[in-house]
Each structure stands twice: as C-alpha cells, then as structure tokens.
Design a protein around this ligand. Sequence first.
Ligand code: FAD
Length: 286
Amino acid sequence: MMESQKQYNPKFSFEFFPPKTEEAVSKLQTTQAALAGLNPDFFSVTFGAGASSRDMTFETVLDIHTKTGIEAVPHISCVGSHKDKIKEILASYIDHDIRHLVVLRGDLPSGSVSYGQFHYASELVAFIRQETGAHFHIEVAAYPEFHPQASSPTTDLRNFKNKIEAGANSAITQYFYNPFAYYRFIDNCEKLNIDIPIVAGIMPIVNGTQLLRFSEICGAEIPRWILKRLQEFGDDRASIRAFGIDVATELCAHLLANGAPGLHFYTMNQSMASVAIWQNLGIAQR
Ligand code: FAD
C-alpha cells in the first residue's frame, strides 16, 4: 500500500485565500509571519471568479513572497475564462519568476451558465503546457472521496489521470477525515500507473458550522463521531478548536507514518491550529 508515494520526501504547505478588507490583509500578514516560522515548502493562494478577486491572488502571492521569502504559489482556474486572459495571467507570472501553479477548473458562480473556453482542469493543464512548456511545476486537485459531479468513481479516477497525462507534476487532495479513503484512492491510482506525489489536504476543524457548509458543497464526508462531538460542543469554540487539533494531529500522524508525500493545510487564513498540529507532530523544527 502507498508504495508509489513512499519514494517522495514529504512536502508541507499552507493555503490562504486573498483577503478582501484592510483588516483581513493585516490578519493574513500576522498569519503568514507565524506560519513562515515553520519553514514550509510553500504557501498557496486561491483564485476566485471575477477580475478583482483574480488580481488579488497575484497581489497576495507577491506580498507573501516579499515579506516571508517563502515560495508563494498562485492557484489558477479556468471556469468562465478565455484563453487570452489566461495567457495574460501566465505572462505576468513568468515576468515575476513564478514557477509553480495549482491548476483547477473552479466552479461556476451561481447564476452563471457558460463555462467559457475550458470545461475541465485537464484542458487548462494542456493549454499551460502548450503555451509555456516546462516552465511551471503544475499541481492539480485529487478527490479521495470523489468529486461531487463525477459520474462514477472509476470515471473520476480516469479524469484525474487525464490531468497527469496533460502535464501535471503533482496533486493535492480535497480534505478528508478518513485516512483509509485516501489509502484506497492511492491504491487505485497505482493500478492506473499514476505515480506522481499526491499530497493530503488537511482541514483543521475550527468552526463546525463552516465545516458543514463546505463539506456539503465539496462532498467531503464528516464522520458521525466528529459530527456528534461538534453538536455537543455547540458554541464552545475553545473545545471545538482543541478537538479539531487533536483530530487533525492524529490524522496527519497516521498519513505520514503510512507514506503520505506531504500535507497541505487549508488554513482559512488562521495560524493557530496549523502551528499546534505541526508542534504536536514534531515537524516544527525543519
Ligand atoms: P476537474 O479536474 O476538471 O474535475 C471536475 C469534474 O469534472 C469531476 O467530477 C471530474 O470527474 C469531471 N471531469 C473531468 N474531466 C472530464 C471529462 N473530460 N468529461 C467529463 N467529466 C470530466 N476552486 C477555486 O475556484 N479556486 C481555487 O483556488 C481552488 N483551489 C483548490 C485547491 C485544491 C487543492 C482543491 C482540492 C480544490 C480547489 N478548488 C478551488 C475547488 C475546485 O475548483 C472544485 O473542486 C471544482 O469543482 C473542480 O475542480 P477540478 O480542478 O478538480 O476540476
């Protein structure tokens, strides 16, 4: 099990979203400074629909890199986009010596009906390779519990493989709380001769209501024993946080012990839980 993954040195990364207000900008700066102290392999910044949000990804990436000296990786999605716009974005990344991307399809904003010139992330990966050759290291998304729109698990796996054949170098998973879903996914990938690193996405639980809302949308399963605990904690945020750190620490330790090639933390622009998990795992001093 996980043989294909054991050849890779584990990589650690943290994901942020671009802040929208002055207050959020200053909060992210505090967060990135705290997490930079852990010396991760990279930070990544999500990419939203809409031009202003897209510009914010770029600005945030430049700001993080300048202030922390740690590699900052922009996400880029293709839903609703045109080739000219994507080319423009890629050119500005190349001008700023950005060499690493997380490449996604994205989701249509509610009310929109047109996918634009790209329908799937594999098409964007192929386009980036066609336009920029080997300049970028390309990460793509993987779904151990399967993407909610996939017509079947087998098709979803084949679609994942298409992204690798189009030129992806590595992958980051959607978050999950059941490590066996991830191990099974890796086994299935091995059967399809997929052997790129597939880093586990980790969502520390800090807010029960928010977690339920996200999981509903992205199809991540919240096990009953976690749900029941969250219900019991109600508004007791300190207990939720302590429980969340405990659950994520155990999950991460299990994954690393079984050969996961890294952990990517969905930080929600907060540092406390991620720092605590790193300290618990003993990877704080790298
Ligand atoms: P795809 O790989 O294109 O897959 C989407 C669906 O289409 C799947 O069901 C797949 O099976 C199916 N499919 C693929 N190819 C075909 C085909 N040829 N024919 C039929 N069906 C096909 N969203 C953002 O908007 N911004 C972000 O910054 C962002 N960052 C993310 C980071 C990570 C690590 C992850 C895991 C997700 C992120 N997302 C982000 C969410 C992502 O955009 C959504 O999950 C989206 O619904 C799917 O994106 P994808 O790149 O996985 O799409």
